[in-house]
Design a protein around this ligand. Structure first.
Ligand SMILES: Cc1cc2nc3c(=O)[nH]c(=O)nc-3n(C[C@H](O)[C@H](O)[C@H](O)COP(=O)(O)OP(=O)(O)OC[C@H]3O[C@@H](n4cnc5c(N)ncnc54)[C@H](O)[C@@H]3O)c2cc1C
Ligand code: SF4
Length: 516
């Protein structure tokens, strides 16, 4: 047997034939290692759609590698000698394969990086960790950006990225934004009128092939007690499918993405969003090609600038920003709890069994498809958990479990920082809190709900509205220092004693499960 030079480790979210770990790959001397391990679905609780997403994409990628002539040492979840964890599986395989060294693209997950480093170290094996090229901004560049500032704000980072990568910049003035404006956010907050979202294009669906069907059966058997359903699983699990999904999005949805990105409509999970986050996070797509496709649509005159800029901001701005926050703040970031929230996550987050129409729909579609769009995550499920006072680490565990796109580096700052304000204002300049009237403005949910968003106490009081006032009462002194909360705090100061007591009593009823 000839000796193995490099074993290239490929994780479930590193599925790109051109990843840095493959630079210099020599099929005659090198091989690839991939493993499906139960720990990755149980260490963090993982829903059925999320697990199928990862395993189906991994198996298709292993097939593509073999078709490209690369040897792949692959351990399947149901293999008899599966060791159950990344470290144990790798150790067992290294003892058998005896490579001279390991090569790895930098993992997205802090815990996984520590595990792999420790494994290589314990065996005195060289581990060559290469920069992940699937981002516009390296961790080092982000750290330099952060160091130069007293406080971090996404908007300034985003402008820097636009300039550095010359994305949507004016042709005749490379330091000026296209259209004379950096940000079209003010144009991008429309709700649908009473007639609804119109003829929303059907979801770009990919019927499961033999490989994916096998994975679905496996997950149904092995992870039967995990949340989520698989009947409608139709996510892109190969690069080819992801490219089709990207083209369809740009042609059919992007023109309406901007104005309606915050809007919600009952029974309509897909609307004008991209549904590309899982393909991006698993590296089936590169964000550069996604941004380029959107910008091309603007240059071709088929899509308005407000939609393209709004979309580019999500990818070149928010996505890169949260990654920078994650890698410059971990591991402490995961433990933050600035508001000292200690409640347990209500059990109905795992079933959707609640009378609150907005939450029932958002959680229902989450369990059905492993998907909800950003405003449903931030201003429905996230908002409720924040104002209810759920311990942020439990909220984090829920978000990491339920979405097909959930990977820690992007999920954690969105949850701990943006949604739960547990980092005390690093990600968001103020807590995103609102009464039920916000949901009423952005959707028709309240019309079909037994609660009334205008009432904060009494049998018909909307729990969002009650909890909003209770949140302000609880955190009044802390929030008084935040100029962006001044107006809200002023309103709470006006409440008299009996009003305060009534709100607190109603909030207690919600937290004790009498209102669901
Ligand atoms: C509490 C919470 C948890 C979240 N967890 C995740 C997660 O685990 N994985 C994940 O990819 N996104 C997460 N997001 C961000 C965002 O909600 C999803 O990226 C988006 O809903 C995915 O759907 P889409 O592809 O249709 O996105 P679109 O709305 O069409 O947006 C386009 C793309 O922009 C990127 N994007 C948009 N918003 C964000 C954001 N805030 N942070 C990072 N990237 C963004 C995504 O790659 C997305 O595919 C979370 C948001 C919140 C509030
Ligand atoms: S009334 Fe409150 S709980 Fe009901 S749909 Fe509106 S915001 Fe949601």
């Amino acid at each position: 047997m000839h000796s193995l030079r490099h074993l290239v480790l490929v994780l479930g979210d590193q599925l790109d034939l051109h990843a840095a770990a493959f630079d210099g790959f020599d099929a005659a001397q090198d091989a690839v290692w991939m493993a499906e391990v139960a720990q990755e679905s149980t260490h963090v609780w993982s829903s059925k759609p999320r697990t199928v997403m990862f395993l189906a994409a991994m198996r298709h990628f292993a097939k593509a590698l073999r078709e490209a002539g690369r040897t792949v040492h692959y351990t399947a979840l149901d293999q008899a000698d599966n060791r159950g964890s990344l470290a144990a599986q790798l150790q067992a395989d290294l003892a058998r394969l005896q490579p001279q060294g390991l090569v790895l693209t930098a993992p997205g997950d802090w815990r996984v990086l520590q595990t792999l480093k420790a494994t290589a170290h314990s065996l005195a094996l060289p581990l060559d960790i290469r920069e992940d090229r699937h981002f516009f901004c390296s961790v080092r560049e982000f750290a330099a950006h952060a160091k130069a500032r007293k406080s971090l704000r996404m908007e300034y980072f985003y402008r820097e990225m636009r300039k550095r990568h010359q994305v949507l910049m004016a042709a005749d003035a490379p330091d000026q934004p296209e259209g004379g404006q950096w940000n079209f956010d003010a144009d991008n907050r429309e709700a649908f009128g009473p007639q609804g979202p119109g003829a929303v294009p059907p979801r770009t669906a990919f019927a499961p092939d033999d490989i994916t069907r096998e994975v679905i059966t496996l997950v149904q058997q092995r992870l039967a007690d995990h949340p989520g359903q698989l009947a409608s699983f139709a996510w892109p699990v190969t690069r080819e499918q992801a490219l089709v999904a990207l083209q369809a999005f740009v042609a059919e949805r992007l023109p309406h993405f901007g104005p309606y990105q915050d809007a919600m409509w009952p029974g309509q999970p897909w609307l004008y969003h991209a549904h590309l986050s899982a393909a991006l996070n698993l590296k089936l797509l590169n964000p550069r090609e996604v941004v380029a496709a959107a910008v091309d649509a603007y240059r071709a005159g088929t899509t308005p600038l407000a939609s393209v800029e709004g979309f580019v901001r999500q990818i070149l701005g928010w996505r890169e920003y949260v990654r920078g926050i994650y890698w410059t703040r971990m591991p402490d970031y995961a433990e933050l709890n600035a508001l000292n929230a200690q409640e347990d996550l209500p059990a109905w987050y795992w079933t959707g069994a609640t009378d609150m129409a907005c939450l029932r729909d958002a959680i229902g579609q989450t369990l059905e498809h492993g998907y909800a769009h950003h405003i449903q995550r931030l201003m429905v499920t996230g908002l409720f958990a924040l104002m209810y006072g759920v311990q942020p680490q439990q909220v984090h565990a829920w978000y990491l479990a339920v979405y097909v796109d959930a990977v820690e580096w992007v999920e954690l700052p969105n949850t701990i920082g943006m949604s739960q304000y547990a980092d005390g204002g690093l990600m968001a300049s103020k807590p995103y809190v609102a009464t039920g009237k916000y949901i009423q403005r952005m959707s028709p949910y309240c019309k079909g709900c037994k609660y009334d968003p205008a009432q904060r106490t009494g049998p018909k009081a909307c729990p969002f509205t009650t909890l909003y006032w209770d949140f302000l009462l609880q955190h009044e002194s802390q929030l008084a220092h935040n100029p962006r909360m001044a107006l809200q705090v002023k309103n709470v100061v006006r409440l008299d004693g009996p009003q305060r007591l009534a709100i607190q009593a109603q909030a207690l009823a919600i937290r004790s499960g009498q209102v669901t």
